[in-house]
Ligand binder design. Sequence first.
Ligand code: CA
Length: 285
Amino acid sequence: MKQHFAPLVELDIDFSSEAFWTLCHFASWSVSVAIGAVCGGKAKLRRVGLLGVSVLLFTGLANAGTISVCSGFDSNVGAGLPASRPKSTAAALCFDAFGQTESIIDFESPSSYPLGPFTTLSFSVGSLGVTIGTNQQIRNTLVGVPDTLYGFNTTLGGSKWLSLFSGSITFTFSKPITDFGAYLSGVQLTGETITFNDGSPQTVSLPNPGSSGGIEFVGFKDDMPFSSVSINVQGDIVGVDDVRGSAAPEVTPEPASFPLVCAGLVLAGILRRRKRRFVGAGPPA
Ligand SMILES: [Ca+2]
């Protein structure tokens, strides 16, 4: 039995880009309502502003995405060919069938993934820039035996993996992604998780193969993008390998146009108010 460690408590606040732009929208509406009130406080203008605030609040509340999970584990199975871990391999194929363009982190390239401990590690894979941290290590030798308890490489023809010595590791991506998956070896405790924020805090549980450990694949797809993912294995020693994720499709940002619409509404209100004043004054004597 491997040694367990006291749990660590970490606070991870992730301001995703979606949440950021929702906040910008809310600020834009607030400014437009305030200007409208200063310029005469017309009831119709106030109603437009309040409607906008209501819609944006609803958007914020409905921000959490729909998540599809592929996971499978093989108890007491150590390093070997993909066929030796059929349930884990099937889960990886399930994930790959999401059909997106994956970038895979296999921890094999010597220049990108130096062996040994690191505080943070930054590299590029496919179209994604990735930073991982904190205070874990890249290994090509076992922490202990049997490997089913301590983790191992899963890359075909490879030898290296990310070794988590209790605690958490966070993957931060240069672009928002919509799916994330990885092989995890040596899991033997209940309560280990993958956490991320797609506008709301989300948790995907890691299945527990049991006291003999083994290998598992856990991956998920979300219809809302997210930019960082944490793997949390408090009290356990776990190998992470063949991590994969897909960049979210490019979208045209809308924040720049939104304040212009608000400004247009305010200007229309001001012009209508001036027109009514002129009509109310009647013809010159
Ligand atoms: Ca590897």
